[in-house]
Write a protein that binds this ligand. Structure first.
Ligand SMILES: [Zn+2]
Ligand SMILES: [Zn+2]
Length: 409
């Protein structure tokens, strides 16, 4: 049973409720461009995951089969008091590993390059929760190896890992204030808002997944202070709506510095140093200034209403395509979904361009509608859909209606 897949409809429902509350109360926590960018990053992370996540499972499976210290039986994890204690132990152990994964994800440059995606949003709402990296598969698995070394059964770890991830969804909201005692024990909306801040005093704080106790224990806790409202985002802003670029931005900074520094030790060391560290020679030749928070303005290119509606409608189509791909992937595996994923990624890319109001955006969108979509469907595996005249007429209608609407925006 895939708990995360089961949770997705609830995520979307809660997101719509929060959006409705936001509109009714006029709290301004949602901007369509930012929310679409966050959700696009989430869709990208999920769909690229079809081709990358198997790596971590291969490694974990290998460790469990060959190096496990204890032979824990799956039958031990039942509904008896001992079984429940073991479940709790596994969940707490996962959360402990998550804490260190997350902490190093902020404090070491190469790991931050992957995790930064989750923090680029300058809004804070439930869509931010779904804003996930597509490259965390590279190193994130390392932090959970100790659990496989201990010999926890695979499906127990899958379950507690999924619960840990699902738990973190609800804390991405500004509609819930302080929660008293719970703020002292658990990661709550207040605690996690601090984590998403770019204010100096809140940086590198509150890394916990479920329990905030780890932060209290290891000295990384900070309380939300009503006198210093959180400014969300990262200190080197993404400043565009391209979900693909969002995944490369920090790697690009690091690569630039690694190429331009003269010392070979720094070319290698930069990737593993504390986040923000730069070789002295590069720093003096190419100085970088952080955002002045006194003058902070959210990235927010203005669009016509027609353009905004067009992007929202196309994003709705993209979500339907993503849900369809998830179904096909569950039934037939990764090979079959490669073409539809390429189609989806091109759509997310052009939606980003349209949201930025780039000069090339409309041309790219015509290219997508008139070339990428027909070629994409021609290249589709027959295991996904049989291209009957009825299917072609639906596609032709989609292209035609989209192209006509695009002319007006
Ligand atoms: Zn983080
Ligand atoms: Zn978060």
């Amino acid at each position: 049973m895939d708990l995360i897949a089961l949770a997705v409809p609830f995520f979307l429902l809660l997101l719509l409720i929060e959006l409705l509350v936001d509109r009714l109360k006029k709290t301004g926590h949602y901007r369509s461009n930012d929310a679409i960018n966050s959700l696009s990053a989430g869709v990208l992370s999920t769909t690229t995951g079809y081709f990358t996540k198997f790596l971590q499972w291969m490694i974990w499976g290998f460790v469990l089969s060959n190096f496990a210290l204890f032979d824990m039986q799956r039958s031990w994890f039942d509904s008896s008091p001992q079984g429940i204690s073991l479940w709790i132990l596994a969940a707490v152990a996962w959360d402990f590993c998550y804490y260190w994964n997350h902490r190093l994800g902020h404090e070491m440059s190469i790991l931050w390059a992957a995790h930064a995606v989750h923090h680029q949003s300058e809004d804070y709402n439930l869509s931010t929760a779904l804003r996930q990296s597509s490259s965390s598969f590279l190193f994130g698995w390392i932090f959970y190896v100790p659990l496989f070394l201990l010999g926890f059964p695979v499906d127990v770890l899958i379950t507690v890992g999924a619960i840990n991830l699902i738990y973190q969804f609800w804390v991405h909201t500004q509609h819930i204030g302080r929660m008293g005692l719970l703020d002292r024990i658990l990661v709550t909306p207040s605690n996690h808002r601090v984590h998403h801040a770019q204010n100096e005093r809140y940086i590198d704080k509150n890394y916990g997944g479920i329990f905030i106790l780890w932060d209290r224990l290891f000295g990384s806790f900070a309380e939300e202070d009503a006198d210093e409202p959180v400014i969300f985002g990262v200190r080197k802003p993404l400043a565009n709506w391209n979900p693909l670029w969002a995944n490369f931005q920090v790697y690009n900074y690091l690569l630039f510095d690694a190429i331009n520094t003269r010392r070979w030790q720094d070319k290698i060391g930069i990737w593993f140093r504390r986040t923000g560290w730069r070789p002295a020679d590069v720093n003096s030749r190419f100085p970088k200034r952080h955002t002045d928070l006194e003058k902070f303005r959210k990235f927010n290119p203005q669009l016509s209403m027609a353009r905004r509606r067009y992007v929202m409608a196309q994003f709705f189509v993209a979500v339907l395509v993503a849900l369809f791909i998830a179904e096909v992937f569950a039934a037939s595996g990764a090979r079959v979904v490669l073409v539809p994923c390429l189609f989806l990624w091109s759509q997310l890319y052009t939606l980003g361009l349209l949201n930025e109001d780039r000069l090339s955006a409309v041309r790219f969108e015509y290219l997508r509608l008139l070339v990428v979509v027909p070629i994409g469907f021609l290249a589709l595996d027959s295991a996904i859909v049989t291209m009957t005249p009825a299917v072609w007429s639906i596609i032709a209608s989609y292209v035609l209606v989209s192209a006509l609407c695009l002319r007006k925006c």
